[in-house]
Design a binder for this molecule. Structure first.
Ligand code: FEO
Ligand code: CA
Ligand code: CA
Ligand code: CA
Length: 642
């Protein structure tokens, strides 16, 4: 990988058996359109094109509510988006596009942190659509909340020297992390654009002032030379996925934050903080990012506590541009993939969250207080008080939620805990002591609003069953699980505050021809290959939508977006709806309330390439690739997938 030319691309096409099919024609057409960058595309032109290409011929041939014809998976070198017949994709917003009225347009050669902090960030991950105004349920206007998980400096800066980044390059990267809030509108003819200069547009970066709340706020380990109170922190980092609350805020999750803090090995071995840093994977020596070269807060040897201020779930109110983001420590500290919210029957708020590393755990948090549907502001703060639980899956298909609570079971002074704050800073150690079940990299954990079951994406674990590592169990049944699986969890009485549950496997991902795969019992000859499930969402019919991250190495296809019914005769019928560009993983996904638009984040397109040697040129077809959020809609505006 790394080099990419037209011949390779053509070879990729025939290797994938695609020839000059509709997908390619459409993909090429859309690429040209994307190059027009915001030029109006009329509905009639789009529809004419669609009819000419035979859109809709497959419609109504199946009894299911899902009637699209699955796309053909593409070769990992294939560098374009592919959507089903009758649909089109457009680039909504790309890395570097100006958010504020005064932001400069992106200039590769003159990047500054100040400019980047007013432009759309890098590597978009979570996408949350918040109807605007609040409470309207609108599907034609909203605030889009987008995480910017990490940066690929080799694709951001010409001649980037990873061993010797300049301070400007480091500071631009810090400014390209975090999240964006951006107002978007759908024109009457149906396509979306973002509103530059909207008063709601906002960047959160690795420098934005944030508060720390909940039991750990002010803890001794959270105090630094810059913040002796342990309550105020610069920024949020490695925000992977997230969730929306019913009161209109967003939870953005700090995932692989550990990698930004270096030299933890220089702490005294007897220092309990060193043990904690090691359990969380904070590098003993220099980081790969080398930010510590210019900012001492990233050097554990100089500032041993800064890393404890990361690893949290951060709540943001996109409807209030002045809102100071809050790190909610009651939800525990780990590599949070996301935090997704559901309201239990008794009104308590429940947040599900996975710790995305091999052999880590699945958690849920239940608030002490209850949701107030009449006063949205009254709910901001609910996540500061409640009970954290970690999941234990029994081999007989039952399971339990073990309280991660100071003073209960082994979480006592004998094991080094003197408060709930201690337990939360050391959430992983607490879960180890409780005997929770070590999972195959928990990603999104999310409740299906139609059947109330909870779906757990386990993306992969190539060390399961290896020497010296945990072996298989019933809930993680495959050694060297390169393609991942999805668990369906049913809380007792469908009560999200329950402490017991039942579980079953919905999917064992991979190639349908692989005998270890399982698709909910559905006929494997009729499903799409899928690997490395990551982010999920649900449509209004309760179908599970799955974005993947890692399919190119697992099954030699590009990552994609898939849908699978979870009930009835179609349960397990996985169909691919979207195929992504070379080098990218697929994030979001997010549907508008009317389900007529799906937002997809195309993260790290062209990864493995450089500015000088691009592996992808999507979406601009000029120079380097740009992480972007795209919209996918039907030419006739039908509900996505119907
Ligand atoms: Fe950033 Fe767990 O994927
Ligand atoms: Ca993810
Ligand atoms: Ca999700
Ligand atoms: Ca992932």
């Amino acid at each position: 990988m790394g080099s990419h030319d037209e011949n390779e691309q053509c070879g990729a096409r025939s290797a994938a058996g695609l020839g000059d099919g509709f997908e390619q024609i459409l993909a090429r057409r859309l690429s040209r359109r994307d190059m027009l960058k915001g030029a109006a595309v009329t509905a009639s032109a789009a529809l004419t094109g669609a009819v000419g290409l035979g859109a809709g011929t497959a419609a109504a041939q199946k009894a299911s509510a899902l009637r699209f014809t699955a796309v053909t998976p593409t070769d990992p070198k294939f560098d374009d988006v592919v959507v089903p017949e009758g649909y089109y994709a457009r680039t909504l917003i790309r890395w570097g596009e100006p958010l504020t009225a005064t932001a400069p347009t992106h200039n590769l050669w003159e990047q500054t942190p100040a400019a980047q902090a007013e432009q759309f960030g890098y590597n978009c991950d979570f996408v949350g659509f918040l109807p605007f105004p609040y409470g309207s349920g609108a599907s034609n206007r909203g605030l889009l909340f987008v995480n910017h998980e990490y940066t690929n400096p080799e694709l951001m800066f010409p001649s980037f020297d990873a061993k010797n980044p300049s301070q400007n390059q480091v500071d631009v990267q810090i400014a390209a992390h975090g999240a964006s809030v951006v107002e978007i509108v759908r024109a009457p003819e149906g396509t979306w654009s973002y509103v530059q200069g909207s008063q709601y547009n906002r960047r959160l970066t690795g420098e934005t002032t944030m508060h720390i709340s909940g039991p750990v706020a002010g803890h001794e380990w959270l105090k630094t030379s810059e913040d002796p109170t342990g309550t105020t922190v610069h920024g949020t980092l490695n925000n992977c996925s997230g969730g929306k609350t019913p009161w209109g805020t967003v939870l953005t999750a700090e995932e692989n934050w550990h990698q930004y803090f270096g030299n933890a090995g220089k702490l005294d071995k007897s220092d309990p903080r060193a043990v904690n840093h090691k359990r969380y994977g904070v590098p003993a020596e220099a980081t790969l990012t080398l930010w510590e070269k210019y900012h001492k807060r990233f050097d554990v040897a100089q500032e041993p506590n800064e890393a404890f201020r990361f690893g949290w779930v951060v709540e943001v109110d996109p409807y209030d541009p002045t809102f100071v983001p809050v790190k909610r420590t009651a939800l525990g500290r780990f590599r949070h993939e996301a935090a997704t919210i559901t309201i239990a029957k008794n009104g308590k708020v429940v947040a599900y969250s996975g710790d995305d590393e091999r052999f880590e755990y699945v958690y849920k948090f239940v608030t002490k207080g209850t949701y107030n549907a009449k006063d949205r502001k009254a709910n901001i703060g609910l996540l500061d008080e409640g009970t954290l639980y970690v999941a234990k899956f029994n081999d007989d298909g039952t399971g339990g939620w073990l309280p991660v609570v100071f003073g209960q079971g082994p979480l006592t002074a004998e094991n080094g805990f003197s408060s709930q704050a201690d337990v939360l800073i050391n959430t992983r150690k607490a879960a180890d002591l409780l005997g929770a079940t070590k999972m195959d990299r928990p990603e999104d954990v999310e409740t299906n609003p139609v059947n109330q079951k909870v779906y757990i994406a386990l993306t992969n674990n190539n060390r399961r069953g290896a020497e010296g590592q945990p072996g298989v169990d019933k809930v993680n049944p495959r050694a060297n699980n390169t393609s991942g699986h999805i668990i369906e969890l049913t809380e007792t009485n469908n009560d999200h505050t329950a402490t017991t549950f039942k579980w079953e496997i919905l999917l064992l991902c991979g190639l349908p021809t692989d005998e270890s795969t399982y698709f909910g019992g559905y006929d494997k000859s009729k499903v799409s290959p899928i690997a490395c499930p990551d982010n999920v969402c649900f449509d209004n019919a309760g179908n599970l939508w799955i974005a993947t991250d890692g399919a190119p190495s697992a099954i030699k296809y590009n990552d994609g977006l898939f849908v699978v019914p979870v009930a009835g005769a179609e349960r397990g019928h996985v169909q691919q709806f979207y195929s992504s560009v070379a080098g990218s993983e697929v994030c979001g996904p997010e549907l508008t309330p009317d389900n007529r638009t799906v937002f997809v984040a195309v993260q790290h397109p062209g990864e493995s390439g450089t500015v000088e040697k691009p592996f992808s040129t999507w979406p601009d077809r000029a120079g380097l690739p740009r992480p972007s959020v795209i919209t996918i809609q039907a030419f006739d505006s039908r509900v996505i997938g119907s």
